[in-house]
Design a protein around this ligand. Structure first.
Ligand code: ZN
Length: 110
């Protein structure tokens, strides 16, 4: 959860709030309005993948009944994305930096 440009500055101010610029190098974190919409792909994708694998695995091995799994899965899909939120944004930032690297790296802030 560090700046993808310098690797030093923390990108999150709190669990759900981000810095506008990297506190270390000053790089703009949200490159354009709606930039972090893409982080939903990581968050939703991982949540869905975990449930899609765990649900049938636990059900068909007789570890839990379908009713229990349904309510557990429901709780999971509501809670997990909130816990994974900063990591999904960090992954999105890293993904963006990898595929569209910033060439205008700002000088270190005083
Ligand atoms: Zn930085």
């Amino acid at each position: 959860m560090r700046c993808p440009v310098c690797g030093q500055g923390r990108i999150m101010r709190s669990w759900f709030r981000m810095h506008k610029n990297c506190p270390e190098c000053g790089a703009l974190i949200e490159r354009e309005p709606g930039f972090f919409l893409g982080s939903i792909y990581f968050n939703y994708g991982l949540t869905t993948l975990i449930v899609a694998i765990a649900f049938p695995l636990l059900l068909f091995n007789g570890i839990a009944d379908s009713q229990t799994l349904l309510f557990t899965s429901l709780a999971f899909v509501l809670i997990f994305p909130l816990l994974f939120f900063p990591l999904a944004r960090s992954l999105w930032l890293g993904h963006d930096q990898y595929w569209d690297p910033r060439t205008d790296i700002p000088e270190r802030l005083p």
